[in-house]
Ligand binder design. Sequence first.
Ligand code: ME8
Length: 644
Amino acid sequence: MQRPFYITTPIYYVNARPHIGHAYTTIAADVIARWHRLAGRETYFLTGTDEHGSKVAEAAAKAGLTEQEFCDRTAATFVQAWENLGIRNNDFIRTTSPRHIKAVRKILDAMRAAKTADGQDVVYSDYYEGLYCTGCEKFLTEKELVDGKCPYHRTEPEKVREKNYFFRLTAFLPTIRARIESGELRILPEERRREVLGLIDQELGDFSLSRERVTWGIPLTFDDAQVAYVWVDALSNYISAIGYADDREMFDKWWTNADVVHLMAKDILKFHCLYWPAMLLAAGEKLPETLFLHGFFTVDGEKMSKSLGNQIDPNDMVAEFGADASRYLVLTQYPFGVDGDIQASRFVTQYNSDLANDLGNLVSRVVKLIQAHCDSKIPASFGKADRLDVLQQIAAQTAEAAYAHITEFRLHAAIAEGLTLCRATNKFFNDTAPWKMAKAGKFESLDTVLYSCCEALRIISVVLWPVMPAKMNELREVFGLDESGLTLDDATTFGKLQSGGEVKLAKPLFPRLEKKKDKPDAGAQSDPNDKGSPNEDGLLDISEFGKVQLRVAQVLTAEKVEKADKLLKLQVDLGSEQRQIVAGIAQHYSPEQMVGRKVIVVANLKPAKIRGIESRGMLLAAKSKDSLYIVTPDGDLPPGSGVS
Ligand code: ME8
């Protein structure tokens, strides 16, 4: 009997709405959990929200809400986002819930009572003086600062001196090192393991486990003037959700006797790989088996940030691609474990090629032939067909190979196994050309080929189910199958599909998506209420770009357009002529700011009417979600000068 499998994601801060970074880890954990369930392993999957700390209190005050109201509101957006993405977590833990608070108080008591091997108190009181960044919820060292500021939040940390309780981390580091080196505590990937061992070598100090100045937190059991440090509070979620406070049976099942995996990105390595194991050792509990720290990704080459406006909202992705394709797209941008970059402009092309074409189209073609030549019933196999051996071989090993990847956290490789089988089935279908068999009256061969395609698709429906559960259920329904036969075992033999059942496909599995047309952006021809969209290919022929005439122009007059709060009407001097341009920039520039300014204009556009006003040209502007900046030549050029 395999031990039960318990997998967690970080619990996400509630001071931001869910973004694609949170979705990435949560989808990955869901895929891993679903695979283990397919393999028949008892599995528990936990996610949740991290709701205490001064950052949350500040955000709540800003929003004019009590802390709890604020937490309730944001936690609900996470619950909803995960539901929209088809995440099947067993539980959702919130750090403001009574069961969590109870568990934190219990672990605090356990740590307070603990002694180190040489008889010292694990928890001791002392003064702490340091530079505290509320953004990070942590003290920063002078070394970490850049120009005196926090490198992440670009704010100056506060100088703070307060009485704190400290946790004697240093006493546990040798044990943690030994457990990591023996493999008892697996830290993956290898690069992260080395990083942790390197941190231990740096002779880290003890950490402070309480805060005097913070009020939105869990009061210490032994000093209610202090609250638990947010990381002590947050890390405890992994056990508070599974009965640590008052359900030992549940706790033993999912912790003491389970295979525990914490999944996260590498940003929170120190807390998980050192603080958390030390806390558990102090409390006399076993350590998690595995910590997997995947990479951090950028979006279009830039770090994701609210201020840059480049955070992708998973709900927007679901609206555009559906839950399953979103899950697929998010996980297939780069290998799981390393750092990567996500370019939303590639999503439509990839969706069309992998899902609409390779998979969806294959299903439609197979079903069409079955409807035309097999009375809409799954045909019988007559055992032999050209090239069938190759397909059978690939198909029979796909599921086990994919699961083996999953056990080593190679999610991209597991998904690729499914796609490889899909492409092999396409090749088999194209090479054997069953439509020709039908014409030639070779019905046994036709039946065998079509049966084999159905069977390969059945296996694909299992292998890709963890990443695209709803769509793979739809695929199974085509052959009259439901979730009951959905097991790893079922996918390891070729030939299990019963003949004779009805085949029906109501609508294409993955309808092709149209690439969005490039819409004009902030300039005159655009409707400023339109969000605009990038060119999905991202690639333009040089000759196409050469058609665009860009000119330097000088703004002569500017005025607001009545009843259109985003529009300015500009008269511009283009050197050889004067023109009127209506531009969607009024929320970023006042008429006064525009007069006299040199701008770059797209000069060879057909005249357009915007709110009934003629506009002949567009202004170039750089923009992110909330900001817009007019592009101005870096030098004093006369109006009419060319731009290349
Ligand atoms: O750190 N690339 O919460 P958080 C990959 N509350 N993953 C990303 C990502 C990106 N660009 N951005 C975010 C916290 N993530 C604490 C955790 S746990 C006891 C407490 C994911 O809201 C990734 O999983 O800042 C990362 O570790 C997590 O979001 C950080 O979420």
